[in-house]
Design a protein around this ligand. Structure first.
Ligand SMILES: Cc1cc2nc3c(=O)[nH]c(=O)nc-3n(C[C@H](O)[C@H](O)[C@H](O)COP(=O)(O)O)c2cc1C
Length: 176
């Protein structure tokens, strides 16, 4: 079984999720930024795409990749993960429906939020100030705990990644 994991990230949390997923798949995965991938998708038993969510939207790199490669993606098991703070099934389904072409959203063999992260310690003074305000606004509107703006805040769940990897393995075995 060989899995292709394509991701985009702004601050690194989604890259970390992609690496953890590759580990959970026992290293049977290749990982690329979607923007840089130019390989042959037919070499893979399953394609997984991952993106953070900002204001309800995934990153353009993933959106554009999925639109441009919808036909090829429909030919094999396809799965989606989000690195984001909302974890309810309702939010995840909503992000999937709003951000992916309907023909792809409807055939995802797995779709999950792995949780998110704010790495305040990695930001420069100005970025930290801006992100602190944005995150505060987002956390309040989403009804979740407001990060203090100094300490790195990570909700990424290894358990969810493990469960997702199992779904991918099963879906890939069925089509092998
Ligand atoms: C301005 C802002 C808006 C955000 N909007 C959402 C959102 O709509 N839904 C959500 O679940 N998480 C939201 N988040 C949380 C991010 O998706 C989360 O921090 C993610 O792990 C960032 O991933 P990255 O480091 O790969 O960019 C938001 C974060 C920021 C800073």
């Amino acid at each position: 079984m060989k899995v292709l994991i394509l991701y985009e990230t702004t601050h690194g949390a989604t890259k970390l999720c992609a690496q953890k997923l590759s580990d959970a798949l026992g290293g049977q995965a290749d990982i690329f930024r979607a923007k840089r991938f130019s390989g042959d998708m037919s070499q893979y038993d399953c394609v997984v795409v991952g993106s953070p969510v900002y204001g309800g939207s995934i990153l353009k790199g993933i959106k554009n990749f999925c639109r441009a490669n919808s036909d090829a993606l429909c030919k094999r098991p396809f799965a989606v993960f989000f690195s984001c703070l909302s974890e309810s099934g309702e939010s995840v389904s909503d992000y999937l429906r709003r951000n992916f072409p309907p023909e792809l959203a409807g055939r995802a063999v797995a779709c999950e939020s792995f949780g998110g992260a704010f790495y305040f310690s990695r930001l420069n003074f100005l970025d930290r100030l801006i992100d602190r305000l944005l995150v505060k606004g987002y956390a309040k509107s989403a009804g979740i705990a407001v990060p203090d703006g100094n300490t790195d805040f990570v909700t990424i769940s290894d358990e969810k990644i493990k469960d997702f990897a199992e779904k991918i393995k099963k879906a890939s075995e069925r089509t092998a």
